[in-house]
Structures are given as structure tokens and as C-alpha cells.
Design a protein around this ligand. Structure first.
Ligand code: CA
Ligand code: CA
Length: 282
């Protein structure tokens, strides 16, 4: 995995210089831009998030893969302090360009590394350029904030989110319910979406505590007007329990594995038969 402490130290070390630039999107650059180099190839797989109410794919999450389909770990192991910024930038550009090429016509979710953002306006420039050159609408981009990025400086993250929202991007809080991705961060960052981690929902069809947590999250998301996605749904029993609890958006192996350099279509998804509960809620 990414050596996060090193990355954080790098960000802190360069932060003052990066922030000292007076910024305009068209002309700004920062230390990260000038020093960016990436000397290993990688590509993307896409895993759909499904909308159970509409029986259609809601969005696709771009996931890093090696050129021959190697798992994300083999690529992330090559990410270090000196190439973190370049890697984050390259991930965004690759995800947008490949999604456009594949004809993705719904939302695209990109995992993003707050540690790799030196100055929000400068660091977003290549993302904007990639979207412009491929014609990908900015309001169909969602950035997933991974909880592994244990950044103490929440003001920095809030600055990033504010700048991203200015461009129409949406923000999802990833891996919710694990580590540092919890209620405090939800309250502080006010994301557009929460992705509830599999660690919380695993076996929710047989575990009353997990099901109760899911139900409370459904109510919370509805109350504050954000989208709730449950991640890591692997069995039909879990699908049915989540559906009965009112979960509309799900992602996981039950529906589709990540597709290497491709995207799943609605017809590829094993849609479960409608239940009485869903019909009642629709
Ligand atoms: Ca994610
Ligand atoms: Ca996740």
C-alpha cells in the first residue's frame, strides 16, 4: 500500500511552497506539477454501482490494475513519496479517458488521494483538461475520499471539497464505518454520498446488529439528503436483507466483479426478482 506517513510528510513539507502561489486555474503550477514523474505502466478496471430501484447501473468505480490485469496492490506497492502526485493525476486522466472511450454514459467514480493534492486549484487542472478533451461532463464525476488517508488537517480536505464542488464534482466518503471514516468525518465534510464498507454489512442477513446499523444508516442518509451505497455485497441473502432495509444502491461481486478495461452493461447484472418490500417502497 501507499506509504501514507511518508506521503503525508511530503505533503506537509511542500505545503507551504504550494500554498504560497497565487492561483488561477489556467496558469497555476506547484511543486507537485513540476516534479511529477511516473515510470511504471498501469491501467483501469471498472466496477458498477447498481440502482436496485431502477434496475440499472448507476455509476462505475475506476479501480487501478496492472497492465496484465494484476491487482491494485501490485501497482500501489510502486507508489511512493516521489511519485504519489503523478500517480494520482495519471489515475484521474486514465479513468476519464478510458471511461469516455468505453462509452460510459452514467457517473464515473474516481478514488482520490487527498495526500496527493498540494493545491486544489492547481491539482485539478489535468482532470479538467481530460474531461474537456474527451467531452466527459464534469457533473458526472464523483471523487471517492478514501478513509485510509489519515490526514489530520481536515481544513485541507474541506478546501479540496469546496474547490471540487465549484466545478460540479460530487464527493463520496469511501469505506464508511471503518478506521477514520466515521460519523465525525461525515459531519465535518458533508459529502454527497457515503459508501458503507463491507466490514459493516457482511452477513447482514444473519446478523441483527449489522442489519440494525444498515437500517440506521438508511434513515440517516435519508434525513440528511445524501446517497447511501453499500459496498461488498456478495450474496443474494445480503441483497435481500439490504433491500428490505431500504438500501437502493449496492456494489459488489454479487452484481459484478470489476471489468478489466471494460464496463458492465445493465444486461450483465443478475437483477434479483422484485420483492414485495421494494414494490411497496418504489
Ligand atoms: Ca472506492
Ligand atoms: Ca470502498
Amino acid at each position: 500500500m501507499v506509504p501514507r506517513e511518508a506521503a503525508l510528510a511530503a505533503w506537509r513539507g511542500r505545503g507551504a511552497e504550494a500554498w504560497s502561489h497565487s492561483v488561477r486555474v489556467e496558469t497555476v503550477s506547484c511543486a507537485g506539477c513540476r516534479e511529477s514523474r511516473l515510470d511504471f505502466p498501469f491501467t483501469m478496471a471498472f466496477q458498477p454501482v447498481i440502482d436496485l430501484h431502477e434496475s440499472r447501473i448507476d455509476s462505475h468505480e475506476a479501480l487501478v490494475r496492472g497492465p496484465a490485469g494484476e491487482g491494485a496492490g501490485s501497482i500501489l506497492a510502486k507508489v511512493n513519496e516521489s511519485n504519489l502526485y503523478a500517480f494520482d493525476q495519471a489515475c484521474r486522466v486514465k479513468a476519464i479517458e478510458m471511461a469516455s472511450r468505453l462509452g460510459l454514459d452514467c457517473h464515473l467514480n474516481i478514488n482520490f488521494l487527498p495526500n496527493a493534492v498540494y493545491e486544489p486549484r492547481a491539482c485539478i487542472r489535468r482532470t479538467l483538461e481530460a474531461a474537456a478533451s474527451t467531452g466527459f461532463p464534469l457533473d458526472r464525476l464523483t471523487f471517492e475520499l478514501t478513509e485510509d488517508e489519515r490526514i489530520a488537517d481536515e481544513a485541507h480536505i474541506r478546501g479540496i471539497i469546496a474547490e471540487y464542488r465549484r466545478h460540479g464534482f460530487r464527493i463520496a466518503l469511501d469505506d464508511f464505518g471503518t478506521g477514520h471514516s466515521g460519523l465525525a468525518r461525515l459531519a465535518a465534510l458533508k459529502p454527497d454520498c457515503v459508501k458503507l464498507d463491507r466490514a459493516v454489512v457482511k452477513d447482514c442477513d444473519t446478523d441483527r446488529v449489522r442489519l440494525a446499523i444498515v437500517a440506521s444508516m438508511v434513515g440517516l442518509a435519508r434525513e440528511i439528503g445524501i446517497k447511501l451505497v453499500v459496498e461488498g455485497v456478495e450474496r443474494i441473502g445480503e441483497v435481500e436483507a439490504l433491500r428490505a432495509a431500504g438500501v437502493r444502491y449496492m456494489q459488489g461481486f454479487y452484481f459484478a466483479r470489476p471489468v478489466f478495461e471494460g464496463i458492465a452493461r445493465d444486461a450483465d447484472i443478475p437483477w434479483p426478482a422484485a420483492s414485495m418490500q421494494t414494490l411497496g417502497q418504489a
